[in-house]
Write a protein that binds this ligand. Structure first.
Ligand code: AHR
Length: 553
């Protein structure tokens, strides 16, 4: 039986939502033909939604960098200095706030020096993921050509208007190399030899990289540490890192899903040196992938996975259940962290999240870990972003794994072909939440009832989140029911709606997806909503994600 940690090892070796009830409001609503009710509490802010909750992740893995982000300056594919233009245009649209790079597991095998300096002098190295690659994978996925490195990544971030988030190598490079990477990126113009090297690469001015990950999955591919060992490493790597006048936000490698011991062990060890240690940690990185569709039959990492594009309704609900666990994980780890960090100086960063299916749906054969997102993944992603909004006060950042050609991709690309997946559309629909005040919102709807291997199972009927910018309220709502629409009144406690516009993503076929040949099968539809007496009346179609933009009176 294999788990995720072992999967990575094997590859190397060779091969709660808001609990809802049928509250009193629903019976009043029913009298007017509604079966569901959403109530937004204008006076109850949960916290400001950090734009970084809408962050991304790009790793030197399969087709993410080579073919996805990077086509090279000599390519016929429209590009800016080697970076795919269509990707840049799309990412500007979704207001991408931050991108994590260069991994993932790759990060703890990567020497940042290989990726700087003149192209012709950059070495070719064996990629961390080589053993998972196959006959169809191009050489650049197996043997890292280092055409894309720190300078190219920072340029990509500048083009899209995002902050770079770099993950340092703790497993196989000494701490001094971390300090040097910070020096290369952030030391002032002309100040150090590395600043001069940066200038030769086109940037005399510092990159001012603020976000730094101290390792990745240090419980597994990032060093196989115990939490106590990793805490000691974290202290060493983070002690006296040069700042160059700008405070750095260091992110420690947190748990895999419900590994409470990892969180407890790390925090307990850190506090042994006194609670001031917590002021060195900006974020505690939680990773959660939804992958087990076996409905309790197995915990094996390979056997438990399901199909990305061929699935039954029960698999639709199952992946949502697995994904929704992230809410309990945020609450659980937050509680454990608080046992030691009583003032909650450290916040959570969910820097890898998404569904993970078995191979077989690659848009480009040979791209490992590439899957074709369907409407199901759009609903999954919307549900996840709503969870993050609802816990805005506990989270600093989140990064969808991954941006392009890998796992829960927003985009798929191969050579001159490019498509926005249903997940990409969700990010555009939700962009308006960034920087808003997250408002407490209650959802009352008949729950989904379905058969789970001969036993009755239930899932919530409607859920979502709301945020406010001045008089503009954005309410995002997921209807997970595969066949039933929800007739809903959306009421605002402490205010009233003047007008409302809905953008909805749905499809009659729950398997619908966008492909290179059919790029617009699942696209958002815009429609004005009815407003009566300050209340919005809206039908949320089956299997849908909706963004309701409400203008308050
Ligand atoms: O996102 C793919 C991989 O999943 C990452 O490299 C690693 O951090 C995680 O196990």
């Amino acid at each position: 039986m294999k788990n995720r940690r072992e999967f990575v090892q094997t590859a190397l070796a060779g091969a709660a939502g808001l609990a809802f009830s049928r509250c009193a409001g629903i019976s009043a609503a029913a009298a007017q033909g509604f079966d569901s009710r959403v109530e937004i509490l204008l006076d109850e802010s949960i916290g400001s939604i950090s734009p970084d909750l809408y962050g991304h992740f790009t790793e030197h893995l399969g087709g993410t960098i080579y073919d996805g982000v990077w086509v090279g300056p000599k390519s016929k594919v429209p590009n800016t200095g080697g970076i795919r233009n269509e990707l840049v245009d799309q990412m500007r649209k979704i207001k991408a706030p931050v991108v994590r790079y260069p991994g993932g597991c790759f990060a703890d095998s990567y020497d940042w020096r290989d990726g700087i300096g003149p192209f012709e002098k950059r070495p070719r190295r064996t990629n961390f993921w080589i053993e998972a690659e196959n006959d169809k994978s191009p050489a650049s996925h197996k043997y890292e050509p280092n055409e894309f490195g720190t300078n190219e990544f920072v340029r990509f971030c500048k083009l899209i208007g995002a902050e770079p988030y770099l993950a340092a190598n703790v497993r196989s490079l000494p701490a001094s190399e971390f300090y040097r990477w910070v020096e290369y990126c952030n030391s002032p113009a002309g100040s150090t030899t590395l600043a001069e090297e940066r200038a030769k690469a086109g940037s005399a001015q510092p990159y001012n990289v603020r976000y730094w990950g101290v390792g990745n999955e240090s419980w597994g591919c990032g060093g196989n540490f115990t939490p106590q060992e990793y805490a000691a490493e974290f202290r060493r790597y983070s002690a006296w890192v040069p700042h160059y006048g700008r405070s750095l936000s260091l992110i420690a490698s947190g748990p895999n899903s419900d590994d409470w011991n990892w969180t407890r062990g790390f925090f307990e060890e850190m506090v042994r040196k006194g609670p001031s240690q917590f002021s060195t940690i900006y974020g505690w990185a939680l990773h959660h992938y939804a992958w087990n569709l076996s409905r309790g039959r197995t915990a094996d990492w390979e056997k438990g996975k399901g199909e990305a594009i061929q699935f039954d309704p029960v698999d639709w609900y199952e992946i949502l259940r697995e994904g929704e666990r992230v809410e309990g994980l945020i609450l659980g780890h937050w509680q454990v962290m608080g046992e030691f960090d009583r003032e909650h100086r450290v916040k959570i960063v969910v820097d890898e999240w998404g569904p993970w299916y078995r191979p077989g749906s690659e848009a480009t054969p040979g791209d490992i870990l590439e899957q074709s997102p369907t409407l199901r993944d759009a609903v999954f992603s919307a549900m996840t972003l709503d969870i993050f909004n609802r816990h805005a006060g506990k989270l600093h950042m989140a990064n969808c794994a991954q941006l392009i050609n890998c796992l829960n991709s927003l985009y798929l690309a191969h050579e001159d072909r490019f498509v926005v997946t249903p997940v990409g559309h969700v990010f555009e629909m939700y962009a308006g939440h960034q920087g808003g005040a997250s408002l407490r919102t209650s959802f009352s709807a008949p729950s989904v009832q379905y058969d789970r291997d001969g036993k009755p199972a239930a899932f919530w009927g409607l859920n979502g989140s709301a945020s406010l910018h001045g008089k503009d309220l954005l309410v995002t709502v997921v209807n997970p029911h595969t066949t039933q629409a929800r007739e809903t009144e959306v009421a605002i406690r402490g205010g009233s709606a003047n007008s409302a516009m809905a953008v909805t993503l749905s499809h009659a076929d729950i398997h619908a997806r966008n492909t290179f040949d059919n790029r617009e099968s699942v696209i958002p539809q815009k429609k004005a909503s009815v407003v009566r007496n300050g209340i919005v009346a809206h039908t949320f179609p089956a299997a849908s994600v909706t963004a309701l933009s409400i203008r308050l009176t």
